[in-house]
Every structure is written in C-alpha cells, then in structure tokens.
Design a protein around this ligand. Structure first.
Ligand SMILES: O=C(O)[C@@H](CO)OP(=O)(O)O
Ligand SMILES: [Mn+2]
Ligand SMILES: [Mn+2]
Length: 559
C-alpha cells in the first residue's frame, strides 16, 4: 500500500479508554526456561519480574520469539534483536533478511538484480571483496550463504576474490572460528584449483573489529578499515587458520574479541587490500552492525575517522541496511518492506512517544522498532533518548550497565505526563549473557529487575499501564545442551558455555492501576508471538489495531 493511500486513523477500542500512560518495557535477552543453575534469571533475585508472574496469572503468559514466529527460515533459528524488535514494533511477521537471502540465492535471482550487475562490472579488471561475519549463527549472516555466493560470483565472472572474515563466538560457541575458517579455506582452495585467485585477506573478532553498532565506538570500525581496505594490521600471518589458532592462544582471547590481522604473501605484502576498481560486498543481512562500515565505504564526506585512502569501488550490501538513509545505495537483495509500523500509526493518532535505551541497544527501540528506519515519524510527537554506553569494555565488567539510568529516564518521562507511550529496552540480560560469564549475568539480571521496578512504580503513581516483555532468550540458559536438555561437556570435562541467544519463549506481563478491570490475556491465541504485542499495546492506548496486524493478546471480560 503506498503511504498516500493509507488511512492512518485508528478506530476507537469499544471497551478500553484512551489517555493512560503506557510503559512498554523490553528486557533484552530474557527468556523463560527450566530453573537450574545455568538459568541466570532464576538464580538472580528478580522480585519484580517474579511478582508479575506469580501475582496475576491471567496477566502473564509466554510468547514465541524465535523461528517462523519472527520471520526466520526455520524453527531452529534462535531469535535476535532485529527480528524481535521488528515484530514488536510492526505487529506483523515479515520474511526476514536471512530468509530473503536464502530465497534469492536458491532461485539465482540474486545474480539478475541491479546490485549484482553493479558490482559485476568490476570483475574483469578488479577484485571482488566479501566482508562479513563468518559463522552459521544465522543472526547476522550464514556461512552457507557465503559459500553459495562465492560459487555464484565465480560462475558469473569473478576471477579474483578476497574474503575478509569477522569471527563470531557470540551466536555460536567460542572457538568455532577455526572450524569455520577451515571450511572456507577448503572452498577457496577448490576455487583456486579452477584457476580462480581466491584467498582470505584479513580478519578479526566481530566485537573488536568492524561490527560496532549505533556509533558506540568508531575505533572498532577503523580497526577493520585498516585491515580490510588498507591491508594494515599489527598481526600478519600467511594463512587465516594459523592466524586464528595463534591469536586464540593469548590469555583470555576469544573469538568475539580477536585482534585484527592481515594475510600476507611470502614477501610480507598484504594479499588483499581494497583498491580502486574493486567490488565490495558486505555479507551480513542484518543491519545494525553493518551500517557504520557501510557509511565508511559509501560516503564521500566522512569524518568519523581518518580513512587515509578512500578507494573508488563499487559497493553493495547484502541488503539495504537503512530504509530512510537508503544505505547502502546498492544491495544484492531487497530488504523486507516493513511499513505502517505501530509507531507511525501512533503519531497519527495523537500518541506522544518517548523511547530510551543506552547506546548499544538504542536503535533497537527506535530503528528496529520502526522497521529499520532511522529518524522520527513526527519529531513533534516523539522524543528519543540515548544514554551513552560504556566503551571499550566487555559488559561482564560492568554488568549493571546503564539499567538504572534507563529506569530513571523512563520514570521521569512517565511522571512528566508529557508522553502516552514510554518505551525502553533494558539490555543487561542479553549483553552480559553474551559474555558467557554466569556470575556477572546474575548481577545483570538483578539490575534489569530493579530498572523494571522503577518504571512500574512510576506507572503506579500516574495511574498508568505497563506491558513488560522481551525480544528473545539469552540469560535464562548459559549452557549448550544435548537434545534431551543435558549440559554438554567439552573434551576437558568442562561445561560448554552458551554465549548465544536461545530458542526459548519470552514472558509478557500487563498490569498497572490504569488497566481496565476485566482485561486479561485471551486463551485462544496459544501460539502468540512477538508480532501479537503491537496490537496489544495499541489496544491499551484505547484503539483497535489495524486489521492486518497480528491479533491482540488481550480481551476485556465484563465483571
Ligand atoms: O549483539 C548482537 O549483534 C546480537 C547477537 O549477534 O544480539 P542482539 O540480537 O540481542 O542484538
Ligand atoms: Mn536482543
Ligand atoms: Mn543479543
């Protein structure tokens, strides 16, 4: 539907009043799982979240947050922030980047598109560079997609290929980088046997090299730039597998934070700097951690760091990462067209919105929430507050992060009575869960619970309504398990720490003095997922949701 034809006016809800302040709280990485010692949410003292579950069973339930419920290819795909917040904000399920890329590769349509044709022009004289996360995590990228693209690019004329790898250890078990690099090396050697000059050119850990987000720390992107574009890094190796093995030997080294390295030839020269006339593809389908590199690769005017050299390349993203900025301008696969999100409806219906998180999750409740669009729908109706995150640390060192500051800002926004919706993301369970540090994750969950309490107390004071939920699991399970749920041990008999998200459902709770009597969760939406939440909070604002939104989770029974 073109936006000119959209009727933005929402019908009044027949039973629910308008004018209540609604707090929408998203706990990042907070799923529901069996209570055992690897469940940090269970171990942590979380009296507020516990009381939501125990006090009002008809106002607490679980919703699906992974797999097809959030538009991912299969039920084995864990949830993640992008798809989770997209579903929460848009109220519908869209086939997401992972799936769209799968389809475009399977049908071969990816090679017929304008994006591929644009880079293909360079194949005769230049090198094709592929930059991206090397794992099968399926959150930002997938190895099998890289493998298909390598094959397809070769069949469509690429003769010289360089891959710049970012190691994972966050969506997959730490240490798996070596195996993924071996698989890639094997594929590249097969291409070399066919006479294609194909090599890994550089690498580094995703959290230390390239994949920063929301402009938290441009140094991260610069480290990648130096290695990938300039061919410069403190660590030089002849081969990537050897590089990973060696760099992992350093004390406390892990895949997420490996330092940058470049691969050099026998004379010590980098094998794959990016030069004038080359083609570049960023492999990740997920937006947030590629936008900064996309800006550095695409913008003529750029002052975030000294690029030293700005090669004249043809650059395409796997997807277009930002629909508002149209960034990058060339891309291989069209992103999901997420339109008419709840935020856009709400500004058209007089709902004033406040959204807040700290930097590392700020875009989750703004950019992802609004369908991967930066900016406001109506600046007069919206205020977005970003609390600067700590920079240059792993979050197990400061597990409380900025939870209480987020709680304070939300509290003040609620008490100001200037907003109808106050929306936050509380990052702790997720960001600390990703470090694999169980003790710190317990502290993180306790801080998140305190922040929720601050918000609920403020809602109590103004007679408002709260809706508390999460975007996917993480902190509720910190160990890799076999099919029957038993923890898996590594070869030394230690448990295998799970740094990633999970497949678990997440809780949703509603309440507060402003919630009309008789409101409760319906029992006829047993498979409800994150996409059902938007209709639910639109109802809490006193409106019917748009008819094509996934159905609401609530009903009003006459007492
Ligand atoms: O940190 C990230 O990029 C992902 C995990 O890869 O986590 P989230 O989806 O919670 O942002
Ligand atoms: Mn998340
Ligand atoms: Mn996460």
């Amino acid at each position: 539907m073109a936006s000119t034809e959209v009727s933005w006016k929402l019908a009044d809800h027949p039973k629910l009043p308008k004018g209540k302040t609604v707090a929408v709280v998203v706990l990042d990485g907070w799923g529901e799982a069996n209570p055992d010692k690897y469940n940090c949410i269970h171990t942590a003292k979380t009296p507020t979240m516990d009381s939501l579950k125990e006090a009002a069973p008809e106002k607490w339930r679980l919703v699906r947050a992974h797999g097809t419920a959030v538009g991912l290819p299969t039920e084995d795909d864990m949830g993640n922030s992008e798809v989770g917040h997209n579903a929460l904000g848009a109220g519908r399920i869209y086939a997401q980047g992972a799936k769209l890329v799968d389809l475009a590769l399977a049908s071969g349509k990816i090679y017929d598109g304008d994006g591929f044709k644009y880079i293909q022009d360079c194949f005769e004289k230049g090198t094709l560079h592929l930059i991206g996360l090397l794992s099968d995590g399926g959150v930002h990228s997938r190895l099998d997609q890289l493998q298909l693209l390598l094959q397809g690019a070769n069949e469509h004329g690429a003769r010289r290929i360089r891959v710049h790898v970012l190691t994972d250890g966050r969506d997959v078990i730490d240490g798996t980088s070596v195996g993924f690099a071996e698989t890639l090396e094997n594929d590249l050697s097969k291409l070399r046997e066919k006479g294609i000059d194909a090599l890994i050119a550089s690498g580094g850990g995703r959290m230390y090299v390239t994949m920063d987000r929301y402009e938290n720390d441009w140094e991260v992107v610069k480290r990648g730039w130096d290695a990938q574009i300039l061919g410069e890094a403190p660590n030089k190796f002849r081969n990537a597998v050897e590089a990973l093995k060696k760099l992992r030997e350093a004390p406390k080294a892990n895949d997420q934070y490996l330092p940058p390295f470049v691969i050099v030839d026998e004379s010590g020269k980098a094998v794959g700097p990016i030069l004038d006339g080359d083609a570049v593809v960023t492999l990740n389908f997920r937006a947030d951690r590629m936008v900064m590199l996309a800006k550095a690769l695409e913008y003529e005017n750029f002052d975030k760091f000294d690029r030293v050299r700005f090669p004249k390349i043809r650059y395409a993203g796997m997807l277009q990462y930002d629909g508002e900025l149209k960034l990058p301008s060339h891309y291989l696969v069209s992103p999901p067209e997420i339109e008419r999100t709840s935020g856009e409806y709400l500004v058209h219906n007089g709902i004033r919105t406040f959204a807040c998180s700290e930097t590392v999750k700020f875009g989750h409740v703004t950019f992802f929430w609004n369908g991967n669009r930066s900016g406001f729908f109506d600046p007069a109706m919206e205020e977005y507050v970003e609390i600067p995150s700590d920079v240059g640390i792993t979050f197990n060192v400061q597990p409380k992060m900025k939870a209480l500051e987020i709680g304070e800002k939300a509290r003040d926004a609620i008490l100001s009575c200037k907003f109808d919706q106050v929306r936050v993301n509380i990052p702790n369970g997720d960001m600390v869960g990703h470090t694999g540090d169980i003790e710190a994750t317990v502290v993180a969950c306790e801080a998140a619970d305190q922040a929720v309490k601050m918000i609920l107390d403020a809602i109590e004071q103004v007679g408002g309504i709260y809706l508390v939920t999460a975007d996917h699991g993480n902190a509720e399970d910190m160990v890799k398990r076999n099919k029957s749920g038993q923890p898996l041990l590594d070869k030394n008999g230690n448990i295998q720490i799970l740094t990633s998200h999970t497949l678990q459902p997440v809780p949703i709770a509603i309440g507060g003095p402003g919630l009309a009597p008789g409101v409760r969760f319906r029992i006829d939406v047993p498979n409800g997922g994150l996409a059902n939440v938007a209709a639910t909070f639109i109802n809490l604002h006193g409106f019917e949701a748009p008819s094509d939104y996934e159905t609401t989770l609530i009903e009003v029974v006459d007492n």
